[in-house]
Ligand binder design. Structure first.
Ligand SMILES: O=C(CO)[C@@H](O)[C@H](O)CF
Length: 536
């Protein structure tokens, strides 16, 4: 890569499932450098697939912590070889895949604080971990621990109100409980437990970084209203846990200056600030510059909704996290498993495998689809737990089939009505200034986006979120440089490129869907009840 002109900047890191990524952003919010190290391709000696090891039980999923450290060594050397001017880095922050946990062995802090600039990190830290293969978010082996935790606090809804989510297998508290129960020797020789985000921050700090409120909200351990650990949850998971976790901090906190290791080995300025790292989804919310009342819809293999909430109503579906940008507010995450795979199936069955035909069907059918409603879940849905295809006519009679064009509209209207209904159940409300930010594969189809705008009654914008977690982390670094919460985040990032308007609500859309949404909600409950009876 060409020699870079010296310009003050911030770095944004992302320690994601499959790679470590970095972007450099200048004061005009331009991304002028990006790089990545792909675990499977660049570190084949660890033998991961998609950055993880899926164990024989098909439930346990881990990643080797030394792989993450070696990836950081490689990416820093790549930046150095490319002539990147580290002396211009004013601050850095980052993100990590949520829920993963790292177990620092007793005495590891000494190695972390006395790093020699003559050696790479991985050679100096290889004896610092009591668990070498760390559980990550794809793990689903802790169902027993989830039930124990919910029982200890008084049930799933109580846990959700306390920590923002009912117990989920991937959530860190349940993972720690499993390690404490099944590998107590390792647990007792652990002096610090980090999330992937705070682990990465610790590498740059040269000491243990605290866990931030947002990523800490993904553990089933943090009281999201008071922003302190729930002693009941800690005690239910493992003994002496609070001392191993440290005290959580606001997501836009400076946690220290960069370790002298990076000053001497790479030329970072001694005053380079390290801003608390957070989870990849909270960082993406910052990267998409979501504001109060906005909603981000990622239309991918599974569909994910990011919501900005002032007053959340925790439920048994979805997740409420502390907001990474405004410590007084919250964010929510809703995952819908039957996303683009379902859209592609109906395209193949009803539009001759052709997106243009699919779009023509949406153009030729009216909003509300003549009262026909459909539920399309070829794999067990997460939100809510329904499986199968269920179609209803205008009189709520279940019918075996729809004409092709009606089927296509019923799929898309149903997917978006479900999103609105479950978002509103978490406390979300469409506001006059609401923007919908669409991203992911299906956001390239303007007819699908038109239905999204009509169902929500709000304008739809499209944004590129390829590096949203990295970019959001760099924005956070800048935010802290310019005064932290004293200066609105939106003010700091106002020069960033704006999203493109793609669709606005059709005339009469709100009347149509205000009438249809309650019907859809009632029929969803009916189908949910049917599914639960079948599964019993
Ligand atoms: O489990 C998740 C969120 O709850 C995933 O989005 C991970 O953060 C992906 F790394």
């Amino acid at each position: 890569m060409a020699e870079h002109a010296a310009r003050s900047c911030c770095l944004g890191w992302d320690f994601s499932t499959q790679q470590v990524k970095v972007v450099a952003i200048d004061a005009e919010m331009n991304v002028f450098y990006e790089d990545s190290v792909h675990f499977d391709r660049d570190l084949p000696e660890f033998g991961t697939q998609g950055g993880v090891h899926v164990h024989k039980d098909r439930l346990t999923v881990t990643s080797p912590v030394l792989m993450w450290i070696q990836a950081l060594d490689i990416i820093l050397e790549k930046m150095k070889a490319s002539g990147f001017d580290f002396s211009q880095v004013l601050a850095l922050s980052g993100a990590g895949q949520q829920h993963g946990s790292i177990y620092w062995k007793t005495g590891a802090s000494l190695a972390l604080t006395t790093l020699s600039p003559d050696l790479p990190l991985h050679q100096q830290l290889q004896a610092c971990f009591s668990i070498s293969d760390c559980p990550v978010w794809m793990d689903s082996s802790t169902t027993a621990q989830c039930r124990q935790l919910e029982a200890a606090v008084g049930g799933a809804q109580t846990l959700s109100c306390l920590t923002g989510s009912r117990a989920y297998e991937r959530f860190t508290g349940n993972q720690i409980a499993k390690i404490c129960q099944q590998n107590h020797e390792a647990y007792s020789h652990t002096e610090r437990i980090s999330l992937v985000s705070s682990f990465a921050a610790s590498l740059f700090l040269g000491s243990y970084s605290p866990i931030d409120y947002s990523d800490g909200s993904g553990m089933n351990l943090l009281q999201i209203q008071d922003k302190v650990w729930s002693q009941t949850c800690l005690d239910a998971c493992a003994p002496h846990l609070e001392e191993k976790l440290g005290t959580p901090v606001p997501s836009c906190s400076v946690v220290g200056a960069i370790s002298s290791y990076y000053v001497q080995r790479y030329g970072f300025p001694p005053g380079c600030k390290v801003v608390a790292f957070t989870g990849d989804n909270p960082a993406s919310l910052a990267g998409m510059r979501l504001e109060e009342g906005d909603i981000a819809v990622s239309l991918g293999t599974s569909d994910t909704l990011f919501l900005w909430l002032q007053e959340p109503t925790p439920a048994l579906e979805g997740h409420i996290f502390c907001n990474p940008v405004d410590p007084q507010h919250y964010m929510a995450l809703l995952c819908f498993k039957n996303g683009s795979l379902m859209r592609e199936k109906i395209r193949d069955e009803c539009a001759s495998c052709c997106w243009n035909e699919f779009s023509k069907a949406l153009q030729s059918t009216k909003m509300g689809n003549g009262g026909n409603l459909g539920f399309y879940f070829d794999v067990m849905e997460i939100t809510p737990e329904i499986i199968g295809r269920h179609r209803f006519d205008a009189e709520n009679h279940e019918v075996p089939a729809f004409p092709r064009d009606v089927e296509i509209r019923a799929l898309i209207e149903g997917q978006f009505m479900a999103k609105r209904i479950h978002a509103e159940a978490l406390g979300y409300r469409v506001m006059p200034k609401t923007k919908i930010l669409a991203t992911g594969g299906a956001s390239h189809n303007k007819d699908i986006l038109q239905v999204l705008a009509d169902v929500f009654g709000a304008p739809v914008y499209v944004i590129d979120t390829a590096n949203s977690a990295c970019v959001g982390s760099a924005y956070q670094a800048f935010h802290d440089l310019t005064g932290g919460t004293d200066v609105p985040f939106t003010e700091v990032v106002k020069l960033a490129p704006n999203p493109r308007l793609a669709a606005t609500p059709s005339p009469g859309a709100s009347q149509v869907y205000e009438a249809l949404l309650p019907r859809y909600a009632k029929l969803e409950q009916r189908v949910l009840f049917q599914t639960q009876r079948i599964l019993e």
